[in-house]
Ligand binder design. Structure first.
Ligand code: ADP
Length: 633
């Protein structure tokens, strides 16, 4: 028979399993039981709408059989089973379910942490077994197959005998060593306690033949003679788990640990969640467990990420990722919802229009929103962690759907502010505003360090006003969608009117512009096609120039929009601002008066290029720029 090789990643995982530290090994049982339960879930769900399955709820079970003499442990289920192809795909490679993703060349220590905290699936069997045999028959198929492997060397698949659908996993346990005792996993008390510890909530009975001993009946004479009791063994089938799902248990029975454990195991995240809530709602009636992860999944901000909550109807899993239960801006929430009122044999399309489901979704959204507000208020440290992981998503939420959800989200967003370089909420910003400050000021740039250097911020900063630093590409779009917060309008530090200068100052600037209209015209002619106009600036202090824009599109938005694939090329209306108090401005005046138009044109180009560089934009002709510098030096 042909021995097939494992895919590279699977080999590494196997290797990791085999070398894991002993204390983690016990979780293999939990993993195999969970798989069995998932497989039963699938067939049970089918049975509800398909009489051909021929099984009732009570017929489904997981069996554990330990044979101390043969040193084997068997886990059997009557679930959906696997076809030959599925055996090959599911067990020959690591399932794509996200159960495991290699991050980097994991060190052994990290591996062990992963194994300890998080579901690693079927392969964990190799932590305790020298050989694993899987005999499976898929529901609806007339053939059964056997998958066998002794670890990293590969596996074989062959036909097998099995009459009913389901899967049987046989572990040939490793030999005991001085420090590692594998035969304890064949001990009925050990097995019972492991099931209680890890798999108590599994919804199908986990059964095992348990042997007990009882005193033999004594004859009257023996009793009289006070003979010692004799004992006899007998076998009894026991159900080892209580089968109450965690979310249906009483909150008072549960510890933080239980919730966290359930999360790491069920949602394949080895980081503990930042927050969880256990909800029992009456109108609409549902139970839910909701979690906010502490880190964004690696694919979170990509198209691959699928949002959704698990949906159960009265304890039966009907959908693994029900997207309709979560709005996009809360797509980071993980968890499950169980409602008694949902109809089971309802198609996915119909589910979308289900009124009950809509009501639940609404209620969940409210809960998430109020939990986040609570966290912001009472647990700032964790909220900032949350913000670091998922803030971007909330900002997208404000801007998407034409700003439809902004009212719900505006209290949750944060930006770094100029005052202490700390995150502030809009509420905190507005509360800190002095009476004379008209606007909420913001500045955009690729990083905080870059923004701090922007000449445009000088005047606002001089006034002692706080500036919000917008460093994500979505930020300015979000701020534009908001327009205002608590009656205070947002205003870019590059805006035309900063609302700072008095009428008097404005008049003064106007007069200066008139006085220098000839110079300004010469400069804008020299830069025609590049800038819409050249003006005297009111916002500069120490810098000679800066670049701003007029109209709806800012320079930062231009950068973002042009970086989008297939986006139309968009140009902001650029404005070159000159500092009339700067020495350079005197120079320009002198050159203009001397009538050397050629030189003035060169100065104009240089200043424009400088302004571009300060903005973090690229200059059109770097060679010309460098030649001009040399020439003028
Ligand atoms: P995960 O359970 O995280 O997907 P596993 O490595 O544990 O990863 O299992 C891989 C896949 O093999 C499962 O997704 C499932 O499709 C299949 N599988 C494992 N055990 C069983 C079983 N007892 N019955 C049916 N299919 C199973």
């Amino acid at each position: 028979m042909e021995t097939k090789q494992f895919k590279a990643e699977s080999r590494r995982l196997l290797d990791m399993m085999i070398h894991s530290i002993y204390t983690h090994k016990e979780i293999f049982l939990r993993e195999l039981i969970s798989n069995a339960s998932d497989a039963i879930d699938k067939l049970y769900f089918k049975s509800l709408t398909d009489d051909k399955v021929g099984l009732n709820k009570d017929d489904f079970a997981i069996w554990i059989t330990a044979d101390k003499d043969a040193k084997t442990l068997k886990i059997t289920d009557n679930g959906i089973g696997m076809t030959e192809e599925e055996l090959e795909n599911n067990l020959g490679t690591i399932a794509n379910s996200g159960s495991f993703k290699f991050k980097n060349e994991n060190k052994l220590e990290e591996d062990n942490q992963i194994i300890g905290q998080f579901g690693v699936g079927f392969y964990s069997a190799f932590m305790v077994a020298k050989k694993v045999t899987v005999i499976s028959k898929a529901y609806g198929s007339d053939k059964a197959y056997k998958w066998e492997s002794e670890g990293v060397d590969g596996y074989t698949i062959s036909e097998a005998d099995k009459t009913s659908a389901g899967t049987e996993i046989i572990l040939e346990m490793l030999d005991d060593t001085d420090d590692e005792n594998y035969s304890e996993f064949l001990d009925q008390y050990r097995i019972k306690s492991l099931v209680k510890k890890y798999s108590d909530y599994i919804r199908f009975p986990i059964k095992m033949e348990v042997s007990h001993s009882r005193p033999k009946e004594q004859s009257e004479e023996d009793k009289e003679a006070k003979k010692p009791l004799e004992y006899e063994d007998f076998i009894e089938v026991e159900t080892l788990n209580s089968m109450v799902p965690l979310w249906k248990k009483n909150r008072s029975e549960l510890k933080e640990e239980d919730y966290k454990h359930f999360y790491t195991e069920k949602f394949y995240d080895y980081n503990e969640p930042l927050k969880y809530s256990h909800i029992s709602n009456e109108m609409p009636a549902y139970n839910a467990l909701l979690y906010i992860p502490s880190k964004a999944p690696f694919d979170y901000y990509s198209r691959e990420y699928e949002k959704g909550l698990q949906l159960y109807s009265n304890g039966v899993l009907i959908m693994d990722k029900c997207a309709d239960l979560l709005p996009d801006y809360f797509s980071f929430v993980k968890g499950l919802v169980d409602s008694e009122d949902l109809s089971l044999n309802i198609s996915r399309e119909m589910l979308q229009h289900d009124r009950q489901l809509k009501a639940i979704a609404k209620s969940i959204e409210k809960t998430v929103s109020s939990e986040l507000k609570k966290m912001l208020k009472n647990d700032r440290e964790n909220y900032e962690k949350f913000w670091g992981a998922f803030g971007l998503q909330l900002k997208y939420g404000i801007y998407s759907d034409f700003g439809m959800h902004k009212d719900k989200l505006q209290e949750l967003i944060m930006f770094t502010s100029s005052k202490e370089k700390k995150l502030v909420t809009l509420d905190e910003y507005v509360t800190g505003m002095g009476e004379e400050q008209k606007y909420i000021y913001y500045a955009t740039g690729e990083s905080i360090a870059r923004i701090e250097q922007l000449p445009q911020t000088e005047l606002v900063r001089d006034k002692g006003y706080e500036i919000l630093y917008l460093t994500d590409s979505v930020d300015e779009f979000a701020v534009k969608a908001l327009r205002q917060y608590k009656d205070k309008e947002f205003r870019s530090v590059s805006a035309d009117d900063l609302g700072i200068d008095t009428e008097e100052k404005k008049e003064e600037l106007k007069a200066k512009e008139e006085e220098n209209s000839d110079l300004l015209k010469e400069l804008s002619d020299a830069l025609s096609g590049k800038v819409a106009k050249v003006v005297l600036s009111q916002r500069l202090r120490s810098h000679p120039v800066c670049l701003t824009s007029e109209g709806e599109i800012s320079l930062e938005m231009e950068k973002v929009l042009n970086a989008m694939p297939n986006g139309e090329k968009i140009q902001a209306q650029r404005v070159l601002e000159l500092n009339p108090e700067h020495d350079i401005f005197g120079k320009l005046k002198a050159v203009n008066e001397s009538g050397d138009k050629d030189k003035l044109g060169k100065y104009a180009k240089l200043l424009y290029d400088q302004a571009l560089l300060i903005e973090g934009m690229s200059i059109e002709d770097p060679v010309e720029f460098s030649n001009l510098i040399c020439e003028l030096m």
